[in-house]
Design a protein around this ligand. Structure first.
Ligand SMILES: Nc1ncnc2c1ncn2[C@@H]1O[C@H](COP(=O)(O)OP(=O)(O)O)[C@@H](O)[C@H]1O
Ligand SMILES: [Mg+2]
Length: 754
């Protein structure tokens, strides 16, 4: 590869597109460091494929064919290794190189761009080519006005971007592309998703039991939980319920600290904190941050925190500062030198003002305020001030040092693989999740108690409307109606628990992303914990309806009635859990769940008799997959078999048997017994729970793949292409490159000899 042309394109130096250029932003900047041989390049970027230009930290101008092929081998072997790591679903068995506990986690990111779609069909950058690093034992503060991209940068570094975003640039962990999800890092997000019914101690202790390994005793886990709660200054609120929309519990700041407690329990090697001090007073902010940073220094942990309006004391705790404005890098470097940088850019911090306040005030363009610039006292708009700062930073020594540091880290720590911490075993996880979920269901009035009261009222109503149904010919129809109502409508009411399912799913989503436990343990825990409640609400209200109506009065028939009702409720609940995993919005979920049940009920064989249901679609398959069919028929068989009714038909026999009614009136499938109906329903429960498990697993596996695919297809469109050049007799690829020497951007044509 050799340089053919070298043409300066960006007058202002760095390639920072203005928002006006948003439709055709160049998101592929590279670095040129002519002093580094191509063979020395740390090719740890698995994404440097044909559809993206080279994005290794440095690129030599005259590399040979031999070195190119060697590079591609390197890429293959190293990216292959990363694939291996990922394919073991986050569990890393192989560990080469230095011990991660001694080395810690280094994160570097270079030229990271994140874009989102615009209404006009183009793409808008929301992070503009950011470069930076964090080292073990250090804490990085991401600061900037609201909406500048702090949370987005955290999400990007943690690998949690949404699918509508496209990201380019290198994010390397210890110099390699590695997946962070599931247990290698902890992330305290801005929105607290905590179980509102638990006390602080319960929430943290349950989490400790889930996250800490089985080798630790319960007493040790309890001690760890208590110690962490004290560290976060929550000892006085230990026995206070967290609370939510219905019950007032902890304040916002206290909830935040509970979230932090849960995530720092295991002393994660890498900790992301999104505005950990929001809602805290300055003293609490200081103590919380001080504790986190001390822990990081002590155990060589890596901490990245976005921070909003820190006090002077808190600000000084951070080692490095990443200052953003509208996704653009204003400053990345030592916190202590930020004031100096602002002063050298013409925005000195006035005496007696907190530097962090000064930075935020200078770079906030949401309000039309003029900023003093230079010593002459001239004023500039905030937008202009930001442009000046961005420009100054791009050509500053601080940036050059940051870039060199990134390169140095990538060079030094290429072999270390990020390991997952050991945690509680599957059985312990199932036990703890079942217990926790059982307590939550008991304390959350909306989960089952409210439904229980409504069921009682409904069953008393059923009992009085159909009271002492008797054995007349007319009671045949009444029996059919009451049983259909019980099987259809009582079970339908499980949609009432949907908001609680959605809350559970949110908590599961957060804990799962942080790797607290497995999907199977969650499915087992939620199934076992709900069974006793469903049993309770099928037996008590069921008995009221059963005996008031006067259905068959012997124990076996009553037991079957309760079991079938229980199976139907379990089934509807499983269906609603499935819906909650696909449609996490509670209103949309209720509508979807009700719609599905409505269609199933309609085709269950009561409202339209089985032989009359239109065959395409409604009978095959809807009638056969509708659980109402098996529920209705089970109830009918249980009630009608063994009974005889007077026949009112002229010329017919004097009585009509239950079996004849089932066959001729209700058109029930008589080839199998009522117990088979029960078994089919229980089988469907298992199937639904397995589908629920599969949906969660599939979305976990597919989401990153879809995001990666969308990201690559989006970047392809913006890519600089490789084209054959007749003049030179070779392929020429045009790339944008950033030179470390003069901090300027170039468009470079690279010629390939083959
Ligand atoms: N997935 C997304 N799609 C579209 N816009 C997004 C997305 N994520 C973030 N943004 C936008 O990026 C900007 C930065 O958001 P954020 O990182 O949440 O800000 P903050 O600095 O307050 O944490 C906001 O304007 C937000 O609307
Ligand atoms: Mg935010």
């Amino acid at each position: 590869m050799k340089f053919v042309t070298k043409e300066r394109t960006n007058k202002s130096g760095p390639s920072t597109p203005t928002p006006e250029e948003d439709e055709n932003v160049d998101i592929h900047n590279s670095y040129i460091a002519p002093d580094i041989e191509a063979d020395d390049v740390p090719f740890n970027n698995a994404a440097s494929s044909t559809n993206t230009p080279p994005r290794s930290p440095r690129l030599h101008a005259s590399s040979s064919k031999r070195s190119r092929s060697r590079k591609s081998e390197d890429i293959r072997s190293k990216s292959g290794k990363s694939e291996d790591i990922r394919s073991r679903s986050g569990k890393v068995e192989e560990h080469k190189g230095a011990d991660i506990n001694q080395v810690g986690i280094y994160i570097t990111w270079s030229e990271v761009w994140v874009t989102v779609p615009t209404k006009r069909g183009g793409r808008r950058p929301i992070l503009d080519g950011l470069t930076g690093y964090v080292q073990p034992g250090e804490c990085l503060a991401i600061m900037g006005p609201s909406g500048c991209g702090k949370s987005l940068l955290l999400d990007t570094l943690a690998g949690r971007l949404r699918t509508n975003t496209a990201q380019t640039g290198d994010i390397l962990i210890n110099g390699r592309r590695q997946t962070l999800a599931f247990g290698t890092s902890a992330y305290v997000t801005q929105d607290e998703t905590l179980m509102s019914t638990l006390t602080v101690m319960e929430a943290v202790y349950y989490s400790a039991q889930l996250q800490l390994p089985d080798s630790m005793s319960r007493a040790e886990k309890r001690e760890r939980a208590e110690m962490t709660i004290r560290d976060m200054g929550l000892q006085d609120a230990m026995n206070t319920r967290i609370g939510g929309w219905s019950v007032k519990g902890l304040s916002g700041g206290q909830k935040r600290r509970v979230s932090i407690c849960i995530e720092i329990l295991t002393n994660p090697k890498l900790l992301f904190l999104d505005e950990p001090t929001s809602g805290l007073d300055s003293a609490a902010s200081y103590h919380v941050m001080n504790r986190i940073i001390k822990l990081a220094q002590l155990d060589k942990r890596t901490v990245i925190a976005s921070i909003h309006q820190p006090s002077g004391e808190v600000f000084e705790l951070f080692d490095n500062l990443c200052l953003l404005s509208s996704g653009r890098q204003i400053y990345f470097g030592p916190t202590a030198r930020a004031s100096e940088f602002f002063a050298s850019s013409g925005f000195p911090c006035p005496a007696m003002r907190n530097p962090s306040d000064h930075f935020l005030r200078t770079i906030n363009k949401d309000f039309d305020v003029d900023i003093k610039h230079g010593h002459g006292g001239s004023v500039v708009t905030a937008k202009k001030a930001i442009d000046i700062l961005v420009k100054t930073y791009l050509s500053s020594e601080t940036r050059r040092q940051a870039v060199s540091k990134v390169y140095e880290i990538c060079q030094k720590h290429q072999e270390t693989i990020v390991e997952r911490d050991r945690q509680a075993g599957f059985i312990t996880q199932c036990q703890v999740l079942t217990r926790r979920s059982f307590i939550n269901m008991f304390r959350d009035l909306g989960y089952y108690w409210l439904r229980f009261v409504i069921y009682l009222a409904l069953c008393v109503s059923i009992g009085s409307v159909f009271h002492d149904i008797g054995h007349t010919y007319g009671s045949i129809q009444d029996r059919g109606s009451v049983l259909t109502f019980i099987a259809g409508f009582l079970t339908f009411m499980a949609v009432g628990g949907f908001p609680s399912f959605v809350e559970d799913m949110k908590i599961f989503g957060r804990e799962r992303l942080n790797g607290h436990y497995g999907v199977a343990a969650f499915v087992v825990g939620s199934t076992i914990s709900s069974a006793p409640y469903l049993c309770f609400i099928s037996v008590i209200p069921g008995a009221i309806a059963y005996f008031l109506v006067g259905l068959q009065r012997d124990f076996e028939h009553f037991v079957y009635f309760c079991l079938l009702l229980f199976a139907c409720m379990l089934l509807v609940e499983s269906l609603m859990m499935m819906v909650a995993s696909i449609v996490p919005d509670f209103l949309m979920g209720i509508i979807t769940g009700s719609g599905i049940q409505g269609v199933m009920m309609l085709n269950g064989g009561y409202f339209r008799l089985p032989r009359d249901i239109p065959k395409p679609f409604w009978k095959y398959p809807v009638y056969y997959i509708s659980f109402h069919k098996y529920g209705f028929q089970g109830f009918y068989k249980n009630e009608f078999l063994g009974l005889t009714f007077p026949n009112v038909k002229v010329g017919g026999p004097p009585t009509i048997s239950g079996e004849e009614i089932l066959r001729d009136i209700w058109q029930v499938e008589m080839e199998y017994s009522k117990w088979v109906n029960l078994v089919i329903l229980l089988g469907m429960v298992v199937l639904y729970r397995l589908v629920f498990f599969a949906i969660i697993k599939a979305s976990e596996k597919l989401k990153p793949k879809i995001a990666a695919y969308l990201s690559s297809s989006r970047t392809k469109a913006d890519d600089f292409s490789t084209a054959p050049s007749v003049e030179l007799g070779c392929n020429v690829r045009r790339v944008r490159a950033f030179s470390l020497f003069d901090c300027r951007c170039y468009t470079v044509d690279l010629a390939f000899a083959d």
